[in-house]
Design a protein around this ligand. Structure first.
Ligand SMILES: C[S@@+](CC[C@H](N)C(=O)[O-])C[C@H]1O[C@@H](n2cnc3c(N)ncnc32)[C@H](O)[C@@H]1O
Length: 477
């Protein structure tokens, strides 16, 4: 007060990035929305671009990933349980204070403004007080206060410190078998994945993607990383000659095509796949089918097939199936030559022994792709794993039935959970005497660190990919 009159309260400012982030976090909390679908739509509808869009994205995804950690800190800083909308605002504020480089006065001030505008003045006071307490310490200082002692409960400690549910940390620890890498794995899960593109052979090339600003991938001869920009703006992607696809997804498909087959006539392991029939049994939405279809048609780049050649220099034909019609449609849109059907893999619509190679990319928990869907880790629930396991075993049985003697099945999951990976494979192997397991790592010689075999397990912190699992099974001749 300079002239004796009371100063007008400052009007809260409306911050488009923080409002969008708040709306998405609320929608995820309240009605199980998917952040990666809703956020881009909101940004488009509200004309939020550039730095504001980047801020909204970091705020939304970072807040959702770190919920478990932030809730633990919020709990010790609050004298009552906040209402859900206030709790979501506190989570956004906590993320800015503890993990972003937003100056504390800005993190607190903007969150208080948001709450005043969107919830009410009373709630704004409460939020102000709680955020000030949260901002009084760094994340490293909060962790020992809110997390279990690592000496007594190492898994519980990592769960709170790295924002993952405890059961997932436990499952990762069992699958990884290298406890000293567990924190790195959880950190990698919290980082935004690099956009990886696949140049479908004969349809595009890594050189074409490089001209569009991408850099060649580390392992897959078809991969290129896009560090910035919208992949949809790249002509090859818009024309489905290339696509966004994790590098491990490319490599497991590639490994299946590389295994020499035993007997069976023409396509018998000398790199010549003439006349081979391939099946992608759970193909939707078509990532792996898109690459398999291109290799079937045009051949593997490593074998220097002439991309301009007419017909099918790749020599093989692909049938792609999915139980859901709308997912089979997506496969249809992404492939060129493959036959696509809506079919239940557990009740095969094909003759037993009809195929030379079968890809079974089984429905799974998706624990290997938590980087992509920031809220997914809090939605998953271990109770579904037993039912999924039954379906995975039935599908693996029918995949083995579908392949001819000497042919190969790739069993793939985007989850490293042992109950969905090694246990499924060893159960089926123990029951059936018509298959043997191959060393999958031998067919991926360019990648180190895939585990003790015979399966191959990719990891985000080692390979920069999703935690994809691959087992290769050959039907005995
Ligand atoms: C992990 S996704 C496959 C991803 C796909 N291979 C790709 O690379 O894009 C699993 C798919 O299995 C399908 N699915 C689930 N149960 C199935 C069944 N009984 N028969 C065939 N497909 C099934 C789901 O609809 C889903 O599209």
């Amino acid at each position: 007060m300079t002239d004796g009159r009371p100063r007008k309260p400052r009007r809260p400012t409306r911050d488009p990035a923080r409002n969008a982030a708040f709306d998405v976090v609320r929608a995820v909390d309240e009605r199980d929305a998917y952040a990666n679908l809703l956020l881009p739509r909101l940004l488009r509808e509200r004309g939020i671009r550039g730095r504001d869009a980047a801020l909204a994205t970091e705020l939304t995804y970072g807040t959702l990933r770190g919920l478990g950690t932030y809730d633990a800190v919020i709990e010790v800083c609050s004298d009552r349980a906040p209402d859900p909308d206030v709790r979501d605002a506190l989570r956004l504020g906590a993320h800015q204070l503890l993990r972003m480089r937003v100056p504390p006065h800005a993190a607190v001030g903007t969150t208080v403004d948001l709450v005043r505008l969107r919830v009410g003045a009373g709630a704004a006071k409460f939020v102000n007080a709680v955020l000030r307490k949260i901002g009084s310490r760094t994340l490293d200082e909060w962790v020992p206060i809110v997390a279990p002692d690592p000496a007594d409960d190492p898994v519980g400690h990592l769960a709170v410190a790295h924002g993952h549910p405890r059961w997932i940390v436990s499952a990762f620890r069992d699958a990884l078998g290298a406890p000293d890498e567990l924190a790195d794995l959880l950190d990698a899960d919290n980082a935004r994945p690099l956009v990886t593109l696949v140049a479908r052979p004969g349809r595009s090339s890594v050189a074409e993607l490089a001209d569009a600003g991408a850099v060649p991938g580390r392992y897959s001869p078809y991969a290129a990383y896009l560090r910035e920009g919208d992949p949809g703006q790249i002509a090859a992607v818009a024309e489905t000659r290339a696509a966004v696809q994790d590098e491990a997804s490319q490599l497991v498909a590639l490994a299946l095509t590389r295994v020499p087959l035993d007997g069976g006539g023409e396509g018998d392991g000398d790199g010549d796949r003439d006349g081979e029939l391939w099946l992608d049994m759970c193909a939707g939405p078509g990532g792996k089918a898109g690459l398999l279809d291109a290799i079937a048609t045009h051949g593997d780049l490593a074998e220097a097939a002439d991309p301009a050649a007419e017909g099918f220099p790749g020599g093989a034909r692909l049938l792609a199936a999915d139980v859901q019609y709308h997912r089979a449609r997506l496969v249809w849109q992404t492939t060129r030559e493959a036959a696509v059907v809506t079919a239940d893999g557990t009740e095969p619509a094909w003759r037993p022994g009809a195929f030379d190679r079968v890809m079974l990319d089984a429905p799974c928990t998706g624990l290997g792709a938590l980087r992509r869907r920031p809220e997914a880790r809090w939605r998953r629930d271990p109770s579904g794993i037993a039912d999924l396991g039954k379906l995975q075993r039935r599908l693996l049985d029918t995949a083995v039935d579908a392949v001819r003697p000497g042919g190969v099945v790739a069993y793939v999951t985007c989850s490293p959970h042992l109950a969905e990976t090694r246990v499924v494979v060893s159960d089926v192997l123990a029951r059936r005497h018509d298959i043997e397991q191959l060393d999958a790592r031998r067919h991926l010689p360019e990648v180190a660190g895939l585990g003790d075999g015979p399966h191959a397990q990719f990891w985000p912190h080692r390979h920069g990919t999703d935690a994809m699992f691959l087992a290769l099974l050959r039907k005995r001749s």
